[in-house]
Ligand binder design. Structure first.
Ligand code: MBD
Ligand code: FE
Length: 284
């Protein structure tokens, strides 16, 4: 590794935990007694059913207790929740949509990235490694009308699979940006193709993956949030054809309609892709 400080599970996990605490996502949670009773009772019953059915031993019970403590110490609760549970929450939240259904947000989104008017180049290092990627398309409403000045937020890993602000020695807004589409809803963003992402192997989630004999990979992906006035915010991920893990993403977040079509760049080096987004009008 060329960097002086290497990435660690606890550093990225604790950064994700701090981010989540600052996100404001928990401020509107209403403590509805009936609902908490229902959900907590079902969760506890499901766990007890497993203990009884599988005759879980004290050694196994204590291993779980130690592991849960470690998840917290490594700051990996956001990672755990987003890898193993968020996909079902996303499914429930978006199953009414006629436009894009999207995919999970994951633990590494940061709001308010530097805003640029399309066409634009995302922030990257002068010597950023990888294959240049032109990502373009149009944002429309479900009735087909273009959404002028739609906003396309893009964030993704670098060629080493690391995200800025969650791994050391990467400029703050590297490979993160907020792009304003033109009057016809068209956007044109120059970026760099991301690498597949591996769940950190030196933290509690990595320990579980190894102990269970699973693999730790997510396929290479772009993260997006697409928004326009009067429309539902779309959170999505887009994937690259041929990636070995498109069919067995550890986060279960790949959908066939989220696969890009990649072509050689018509100008300059690298590749290009076109992907259009369709946003649902907000329910009245
Ligand atoms: C990621 O990059 C990601 O997108 C998700 C969902 C979980 C862990 C790392
Ligand atoms: Fe990701």
């Amino acid at each position: 590794m060329s960097t002086e400080t290497t990435a660690s599970a606890a550093a990225s996990g604790n950064a994700a935990t701090d981010r989540f605490r600052q996100s404001g996502k928990t401020t509107s949670i209403a403590a509805d007694v009936e609902r908490v009773n229902l959900l907590a009772s079902k969760l506890i019953k499901a766990a007890n059913d497993i203990v009884l059915e599988e005759r879980v031993s004290y050694d196994e019970f204590n291993a779980l207790k130690a592991w849960l403590i470690q998840v917290g110490e490594d700051g990996e609760w956001p990672l755990f929740m987003d890898v193993w549970l968020e996909h079902s929450v996303e499914e429930v939240a978006t199953d009414h949509r006629e436009g894009n259904k999207g995919s999970i947000e994951g633990p590494y989104y940061i709001p308010e990235a530097p805003e640029k008017k399309s066409p634009a180049k995302i922030e990257m290092r002068d010597d950023e490694k990888g294959t240049p990627l032109l990502f373009q398309g149009q944002v429309r409403s479900t009735d087909g009308s273009p959404l002028s000045n739609a906003k396309v937020e893009l964030w993704h890993a670098d060629e080493d699979g690391f995200y800025s602000q969650f791994a050391p020695n990467i400029p703050e807004w590297n490979l993160r940006g907020s792009f304003i589409a033109d009057e016809e809803g068209n956007f044109h963003i120059d970026t760099m193709q991301p690498a597949p992402y591996q769940i950190p192997t030196d933290g509690a989630c990595g320990q579980l993956i190894a102990a269970a004999g699973w693999h730790a990979w997510r396929p290479a992906h772009l993260h997006l949030k697409v928004s326009a006035p009067g429309h539902e915010l779309l959170t999505a991920q887009l994937y690259f054809p041929g990636d070995a893990h498109n069919d067995d993403d550890i986060a279960t977040a790949v959908k066939p309609e989220l696969l890009l079509e990649i072509k050689p760049a018509t100008e300059g080096s690298g590749v290009q892709t076109t992907y259009d987004f369709v946003l649902d009008p907000e329910a009245k």
